[in-house]
Design a protein. Structure first.
Length: 166
């Protein structure tokens, strides 16, 4: 395990950042999530998982991104639960974190999000599929719906053929 950097005025201590996760101002909580990532300290994981339930989307997104950057596979179930939560909001940071974690269990979710109404989410899901599977099935997030659907069906077929051994 890498040792945490020595705190300086620019990098607060782990304990100070954890305390900031409870701050009443959401920007402070968001920044604390981001700063905990910079410390690269796995002790931050349970605190960041808790922040996935923050009332402010920007804080949740920062926590999701931070968890991906810390690369702790224990958070995969927490991130997967978010992808099933219709109230969570934008799923891009969660999908990106699952891709960074090479979470093969997320492949069906990535395929599902190829049909999202948001072009950005479709694009992130397509990139995540290529990162995790190392397969290239062309997908144009901004392409015509019929074209996109053909690509989604190719991904679904690939997954059905490969999920048992992948």
């Amino acid at each position: 395990m890498a040792t945490a950097p020595v705190p300086t005025p620019e990098t607060p201590s782990f304990e100070a950042l954890v305390a900031e996760l409870n701050h009443r101002i959401w920007e402070v909580r968001r920044d604390a999530c981001e700063d905990l990532t910079a410390l690269n300290d796995k002790r931050a994981v349970p605190y960041l998982v808790r922040m996935l339930r923050d009332g402010v989307g920007a804080v949740r997104f920062a926590a999701a991104e931070a968890l991906g950057k810390l690369r702790d596979p224990s958070v995969v179930p927490d991130l997967l639960r978010i992808l099933d939560d219709p109230l969570w909001g934008a799923y891009g940071p969660v999908i990106e974190s699952l891709a960074a974690l090479r979470a093969k269990v997320a492949i069906p979710f990535f395929i599902r999000y190829l049909r999202d109404k948001d072009t950005r989410i479709r694009n992130v899901a397509s990139s995540a599929l290529m990162v995790v599977t190392r397969q290239v099935i062309p997908f144009k997030a901004k392409g015509p719906e019929e074209e996109r659907e053909q690509s989604v069906k190719l991904w679904e077929t690939w997954w059905q053929k490969n999920k048992a051994t992948f």
